[in-house]
Design a protein around this ligand. Structure first.
Ligand code: BG6
Length: 474
């Protein structure tokens, strides 16, 4: 196995973190537009009165302005195209196409925006990789249905997905119906648009929401293949090997359980059925998930073509975590791994962990793998017009080297490597743009003030060489 000319080198962004213009051209707010710039962002929403908590409007909400990609996409894509990338992952904002989620007819202006994005990409011969739902859904669907808790969402999503797959037929080969489905278990309001009240068992809602997303995923594949038999559909998970803190069997088993949870939804997307421990797990946790025989048939029939994933770091767990130091990974906490150095990011960098994760997913799934997010989110210093982000280069270099080893030495089929946040965007977990990921700097502060000017960082030149040399210059 070698990195061939077909290898997809590129970058990724999402609508909610970049587009801004949340009320422009008929768009209405999404759940994401109610995530404030404070430590409440990731907290599950508990309320006996959903409407009142959702519509308070008392904070600053970064996604409403984003980086203004809705207006700047042409110049941004031009700058990114000069990197020599051959692929670009973006997501469609559901509420730009169906503002409340319940309209019969789509918002034509919204569709035209993505049509224009595709036209730009085609002019640079850049392959689009499109996420249909990247952590966002119309807020109306949260208020009326409690998001993905409701089975109604399956039909509404399928209507939306069918609309975009029909409109962009032949122009998009790679579809990712849902970003990181497993995150509904960690950040339920973001991952599933669900809220809880004093009566509910959160896990019940989270797993029911996940089941509904799995159904929507399966129906999207079925319809998408009918629209375009060449289309390829991917599972997408927030990945990262979970190590056992020690070789104590109880720690090893704790790690197995944690991995099962992390791989739960991708297992269903790949194998078309729930893992064997599911019945016991649901019973143990008093979960009554409604899964019909028809649901099972649908899942079995419509599995994914590839497995895409994000990788930022590994995780670590123990059967007895008391007294052990915790660190953040993306979206949740994990044990500090004493064998990994402290990095410049909130998480512990573990490049070999990427190779381990690739091997693990390959052994388990035997499907082409696709790294659709990897990057370093940290502060950059702007000196004049220069950003010397050598730490980002180091992070990316080490990870790309492990990727190449996984391909060349372990024989793993990898479709591509898309670095995350190729242009600075607002972070999901923190809302800050100052947690920067890009090889392109966006001159804005955390409150959205600034010129918005785009400036290539040192990592821009470096990544350009990496792409040109098929990774060899890393
Ligand atoms: C992934 C998400 O989990 O992590 C992205 O798919 C997100 O949307 C990325 O931006 C990095 O995390 P954060 O919290 O720093 O934005």
């Amino acid at each position: 196995m070698k990195v061939t000319d077909n290898f997809l080198w590129g970058g990724a962004i999402s609508a909610a973190q970049t587009e801004g213009n949340y009320l422009t051209d008929g768009r209405l707010p999404a759940n994401f537009d109610y995530l404030p710039l404070n430590d409440q962002r990731l907290k599950p929403v508990y309320s006996d009165d959903r409407q009142s908590i959702l519509r308070t409007d008392k904070d600053y909400y970064p996604s409403r302005t984003g980086i203004n990609f809705y207006q700047t996409y042409k110049e941004d894509l031009k700058l990114l195209s000069k990197l020599g990338i051959n692929s670009f992952r973006f997501s469609i904002s559901w509420s730009r196409i169906f503002p409340t989620g319940e309209e019969a007819e789509p918002n034509e202006v919204g569709l035209r925006f993505y049509e224009n994005v595709l036209t730009e990409l085609e002019s640079y011969q850049i392959e689009p990789i499109v996420t249909i739902s990247h952590f966002d859904l119309p807020i109306h669907l949260v208020e009326k249905y409690n998001g993905w808790e409701s089975r109604q969402l399956v039909d509404l999503y399928v209507h939306y997905a069918t609309t975009v797959m029909t409109r962009f037929k032949g122009r998009i080969k790679y579809w990712i119906p849902f970003n990181e489905m497993n995150m509904v278990l960690h950040i339920p309001f973001i991952g599933g648009g669900v809220t809880f009240n004093s009566e509910t068992n959160p896990l019940q809602i989270q797993y029911q929401a996940g089941h509904h997303q799995l159904l929507a995923n399966a129906r999207t594949i079925e319809i998408g293949k009918a629209i375009n038999p060449q289309a390829q559909f991917g599972a997408m998970l927030a990945a990262g090997k979970t190590y056992a803190y020690t070789c104590k069997p109880t720690d090893v088993f704790a790690a197995i359980k944690s991995e099962r949870e992390n791989l739960f939804f991708s297992d269903v997307q790949v194998f078309g059925e729930y893992p064997s421990f599911t019945a016991h797990f649901f019973k143990e946790n008093h979960l009554k998930i409604i899964i019909t025989e028809e649901d099972k048939r649908l899942l079995k029939k419509n599995t994914v073509d590839f497995v895409s994933f994000s990788y930022y770091s590994s995780a670590c767990t123990s059967a007895d975590t008391e007294g052990l130091e915790q660190v953040a990974t993306n979206g949740f906490m994990t044990l500090r791994n004493p064998y990994l150095p402290k990095g410049k990011s909130v998480w512990q960098n573990d490049p070999l962990g990427l190779r381990i994760t690739l091997n693990q997913l390959h052994d388990r799934y035997r499907k082409p793998l696709f790294i659709v997010e990897n990057g370093l989110g940290t502060q950059d210093e702007l000196i004049g017009t220069n950003i010397s982000d050598t730490y980002r280069i180091d992070y990316l270099r080490e990870h790309i080297k492990e990727l190449l080893r996984a391909i060349n030495e372990d024989g793993i089929e990898v479709m591509g490597y898309l670095m995350w946040g190729i242009i600075d965007l607002t972070s999901v977990s923190e809302g800050r743009i100052s947690k920067r990921y890009g090889v392109v700097y966006v001159e804005l502060d955390d409150q959205g003030h600034g010129s918005g000017q785009r400036l290539p960082k040192a990592s821009y030149d470096w990544y350009q060489k990496v792409v040109k040399s098929q990774g060899q210059a890393a």
